[in-house]
Design a protein around this ligand. Structure first.
Ligand code: GLN
Length: 314
């Protein structure tokens, strides 16, 4: 069986997207305080679509591992909710778009240590802290979770933590430490600030290919059902997608909803994970970013793909 868009096979559509959107010259930026993210050449571009019927389509550099960075926040949220039968996480973090940058200190201070949502850095630190209650080695558990979702059916080495990159980010991780200390001061962190930031940064430093990332996100397109059984309930899968739609692209969530019309989550490694509920999990990667920290070419490619295919939740 093959997926066809207006009688064009999806694989051909993806090849065309790569042709059009692979950057031809150096544009955009990489985050100054994460030096290893400048290593991939500017013209890297990959895209993969995993279907709920078990197919996988990909094009360009979809088999090259990249740093998933904040895409990890979707998976850690799902894992935390999966073990949180009393929904207690939601007394520690809200579900509102922040309208500020992902590492803003100002909002956290004004709002008394309750982060706006789980996809900005302070929110993800709270989620990691929550997860550490059940899994002290939350990053190790996170990696096993991803390996299970990805399974055997993609090419390349499985998900792994780039430990050298994590160490270098940690060495310049003052802002995340500041956020963690703020949270601690407001009584919203149970573990030591340093330990939470370390786990969080190791989770961000996971390397996966577009194919693997798309496969790992498939449980969200399948109403919470992962490769080896339920990850979250159907209701929770719906709600995680809602938070992706409203908060997944930081202070560009409105622009992304306007241009793409699907739940998405970006990372400063240049990856974006997008869910078409009931049908597809998509990952696009290109390393240079716009001013909000989202992949420049990735955003343009997803707008183009969804215009061509009509994939949208609207
Ligand atoms: N590791 C990065 C940080 O904490 C992740 C940020 C991101 O991808 N938006 O700053």
């Amino acid at each position: 069986m093959t997926t066809v868009i207006d009688s064009v096979p999806l694989g051909v559509v993806l090849d065309d997207i790569v042709q059009l959107h692979r950057p031809r010259n150096e544009r955009g930026s990489v985050p100054a305080r994460i030096p290893h993210l400048s290593a991939p050449p500017f013209d890297r571009f990959g895209i993969a679509v995993a279907t709920t019927t078990g197919e996988i389509f990909s094009a360009g550099d979809a088999g090259i591992p990249f740093s998933i960075q904040s895409i990890s926040k979707v998976f850690t949220l799902a894992m935390a909710l999966g073990v949180d039968d009393r929904d207690s996480l939601w007394s520690r973090v809200l579900r509102e778009p922040s309208g500020t940058s992902f590492d803003s200190l100002v909002q956290l201070e004004v709002e008394h240590g309750i982060p706006r949502n789980p996809f900005i850095n302070p929110g993800a630190l709270v989620v990691t802290d929550h997860l550490m209650e059940s899994f002290p080695d939350s990053a190790g558990h996170f990696l096993r979770f991803l390996a299970e979702q990805v399974g055997e059916s993609t090419v390349g080495v499985g998900p792994f933590i780039d430990e050298a990159a994590a160490q270098s980010e940690l060495a310049s991780g003052n802002r995340n430490l500041a956020l963690a200390h703020f949270l601690k001061d407001f009584g919203n962190l149970r573990h030591p600030a340093q330990a939470v930031v370390e786990s969080y940064i190791r989770q961000c430093s996971v390397m996966m290919t577009c194919e693997q990332t798309a496969k790992a996100g498939l449980f969200l397109a399948r109403g919470g059902r992962g490769e080896a059984g339920s990850v979250v309930s159907k209701d929770q899968a719906k709600r995680i997608c809602s938070i992706m739609l409203t908060c997944g692209m930081y202070d560009a969530a409105g622009e992304f909803a306007y241009r793409v019309g699907l739940p998405g989550k970006s990372g400063v490694g240049g990856g974006i994970l997008v869910i078409v509920p009931g049908r597809y999990s998509i990952c696009v990667w290109s390393p240079r970013l716009d001013s909000k920290g989202n992949s420049l070419a990735g955003m343009a490619a997803l707008a183009d793909l969804t215009d061509r295919t009509g994939w949208s939740v609207f």
